[in-house]
Write a protein that binds this ligand. Structure first.
Ligand code: GLT
Ligand code: MN
Ligand code: MN
Length: 397
């Protein structure tokens, strides 16, 4: 039975800036316990189909498109056909990245390997991959260090790993500058898998690391829903901090059940409330970046199931976007939010409501008589506010 997609208000269009990695829709369903369950879908087929479904762009690792052992002639042909399909469909390549995890050469790390030959090879592969990204018009280059970690701390000091990772990112920034490439780097954190533990395991670790670089302005973040949830953290808080710092360069949207390996499930198929608050955060901030889906179709699916997965990822985002509009249009929610706003903006006597240090203000605050009993006994109405939100999500408001 062929799925029929509804033509309603949640129909994805290029203006929504939805993108997918070649490795996502094209994932053949291999896992550590079983082989591929779907035939490989060619890059050209993916470009055509994503365009038909209403996506804006496609992202790739160097080797998703050009096999590692391709000859110059093969590479030339692959690129000609791929750019031809992009031209015909109007699909863009807003982000590209390097595969520094699949080849056995990277088993002990890439940029953080103890072996200087491996570190230099990782730089070679990444520079070539940046050249490819720029040729395809990508503005963002993601660095995900899948093998940058350890199973045992016996052979590597974490300080050395961080220093090597810094050296590599500094090197790549200089390479981009030297070649007058406009590309910016987005670092992606993950706590573990495929290594026992990965260095720089959360978005927060990555953010702190960025400010130790030679060109922090060229480097931002690519947080992924599943990766932050694997650490038991609230994804919206990580994204909010990245936004506030002007460092949200890219985002990987997907779904994850708590306490598992990286499941890369379809966006909003799990934790709809978390997904709602994430969409609300991005839309409230009028964030102009790509809504990139880094997830896989269930292993149960055939090719049609893979396209369903892609279409529904975008559809769910648009449904949640409408729920956000509904949240703001709800009279009761408006009242409750206004009440919070009033609290935030009401002057505390002569002290005002924002507290920039001055000697005079410090003295005034120190001597201010606070009505503590009132503060202790007040209620904030968050049960009501959350229930209204929950009812919107449950579809009865
Ligand atoms: C890999 C990983 C993702 C990263 C990709 C970029 S590759 O699929 O699981 O989270 O974003 O290298
Ligand atoms: Mn990712
Ligand atoms: Mn993932």
């Amino acid at each position: 039975m062929r799925t029929r997609y509804p033509h309603d208000a949640y129909c994805p269009k290029p203006e929504h800036h939805f993108t997918f990695g070649l490795w996502t829709v094209g994932n053949p369903g291999r896992d550590p316990f079983g082989d591929a369950v779907r035939p490989t879908i060619s890059a050209i087929q993916i470009v055509n189909k994503l365009a038909e479904l209403g996506a804006y762009g496609v992202c790739l690792h160097d080797n998703d498109l050009v096999p590692m052992d391709a000859t110059a002639a093969q590479t030339e042909r692959i690129l000609r056909e791929f750019t031809g399909a992009l031209r015909e469909t109007g699909l863009k390549v807003p982000m590209a990245t390097t595969n520094l995890f699949y080849d056995p050469v990277f088993k002990e790390g890439a940029f953080t390997s103890n072996d200087a030959r491996v570190r230099a090879f990782a730089l070679q592969k990444t520079m070539k991959s940046i050249d490819l990204a720029v040729e395809l018009g990508a503005e963002t280059f993601v660095l995900w260090g899948g093998r940058e970690g350890v199973e045992t701390n016996a052979a590597k000091k974490p300080q050395d790993a961080i220093k090597r990772f810094r050296e590599a990112v500094n090197f790549l920034c200089e390479y981009a500058r030297d070649n007058h490439y406009a590309v910016k780097f987005a670092l992606e954190a993950k706590p573990n898998e495929p290594r026992g533990d990965l260095f720089l395991p959360t978005t927060g670790h990555m953010l702190a690391f960025i400010y130790t670089l030679d060109h922090p302005e060229m480097v931002g973040l690519n947080p992924e829903v599943a990766h932050e949830q694997m650490s038991g953290l609230d994804f919206s808080h990580a994204v909010g901090q990245a936004l506030e710092a002007g460092k949200l360069f890219h985002i990987d949207l997907n779904g994850q059940k708590p306490g598992r390996y990286d499941q890369d499930l379809r966006f909003a198929s799990e934790d709809q409330k978390g997904a709602f608050f994430l969409v609300k955060l991005l839309e409230d901030a009028k964030w102009s970046g790509m809504r990139h889906f880094d997830s896989h179709p269930y292993r149960t699916e055939d090719e049609q199931g893979a396209w369903d997965f892609a279409f529904y990822s975008m559809r769910s985002y648009l449904i949640l976007k409408e729920k956000v509009a509904q949240f703001y249009a709800d009279a009761e929610i408006q009242d409750l939010l206004e009440e919070q706003m009033r609290l935030a903006e009401t002057s505390v006597g002569k002290l005002g409501c924002t507290f920039q240090y001055s000697n005079r203000l410090a003295t005034a605050i120190k001597t201010h008589p606070f009505a503590l009993e009132r503060l202790r006994t007040q209620g904030f109405n968050y049960e009501r506010l959350d229930q209204c939100t929950t009812e919107i999500l449950m579809g009865i408001r």
